[in-house]
Design a protein. Structure first.
Length: 286
């Protein structure tokens, strides 16, 4: 019987409730799935037929170490989902620039390189943004993300300077549509659309993550938005086993905010058949 690991991190050694749904779904197909902390020295990775990256939610804090671990799995001949090349491509937000060059509608972004000297008030004025969001270019779950505006930019300058001393940064306009209509997360499993949820931030916030009071509800996206999400997947330079397309509707079309290929919450519990879909896609490759 094939045996695979569902990779997690030390703070969640037994996975979350959502990812645990995969264990019986895979067992029904003759695959044993066990949780394994990605940086644990106690795991015999070479004995596994595959590693599915799931709740490795500290990878962005230790990106070089995480990517080195992925490379070790590859050298050992262990199948990794998603494939290593896609993980490396997706771990830095510059992938959004690649997708935009391939015709994907993305949120306007000012890209700032580590060590740059950037005048934040001037940047906002030049871009025409009254309010904006500042993010590290290597991040997850809104880590290190903060809000600025033309009124607070002078006071926020030192914070931006500190970020640029540590790494690359991106600045985007604050999109009121996230709070008004919500942010779509469309899930693709085995290369096909599976299901979707609509996420909303807590009142007065702009972040949809649960850590900040956000919520998510099952929803069926309009055909035009689903087609836009499918276009995102076709623009990916590879074949992801799982993917989450996060975007907001602007003028009737989906504008991509994030494409999550590393450790996204897949909302398996929001669709009764989703865990089975992903399990079948895994079984076809082991």
């Amino acid at each position: 019987m094939p045996r695979i690991a569902l990779a997690t991190y030390a703070k969640l050694p037994t996975l979350n409730d959502d990812d645990r749904l995969l264990v019986p779904a895979l067992a029904a197909l003759g695959v044993t799935a066990v949780p394994a902390v990605w940086d644990s020295s106690d795991v015999c990775w070479d004995d596994l037929q595959g590693v599915l990256i799931r709740s490795s939610w500290d990878y962005h804090l230790r990106a070089p170490e995480f990517l080195a671990w992925i490379a070790r799995l590859e050298r050992a001949g262990v199948t990794v989902w998603n494939p290593g090349d896609l993980l490396r491509w997706n771990h830095h937000k510059r992938y959004l620039r690649d997708l935009a060059a391939r015709g994907v509608a993305t949120v306007p972004t000012r890209w700032l390189a580590r060590g740059d000297e950037v005048d934040l008030p001037a940047l906002l004025t030049e871009a025409g943004w009254r309010e904006a969001v500042v993010k590290p270019a290597v991040s997850a779950s809104a880590f290190g993300t903060w809000r600025t505006s033309t009124q607070t930019a002078i006071a926020d300058q030192a914070r931006l300077d500190r970020m640029l001393s540590a790494g690359d940064v991106m600045v985007q306009p604050l999109l009121p549509e996230v709070a008004d209509a919500g942010e779509w997360s469309m899930l693709f499993l085995g290369g096909r659309f599976s299901h979707a949820v609509l996420k909303r931030p807590a009142p007065g916030d702009y972040r949809v993550q649960w850590e900040f009071g956000g919520s998510a509800a099952s929803a069926a996206p309009p055909d035009r938005l689903r087609a836009d999400a499918e276009h995102v997947i076709t623009a990916v330079p590879g074949d992801p086993l799982y993917a989450r397309v996060d975007g907001v509707e602007l003028e009737g079309r989906l504008v991509l905010m994030e494409l999550e290929l590393i450790e996204p919450h897949l909302f398996l519990g929001w669709d009764a058949a989703a865990a089975g879909r992903l399990a079948r896609a895994i079984r076809e490759t082991v």
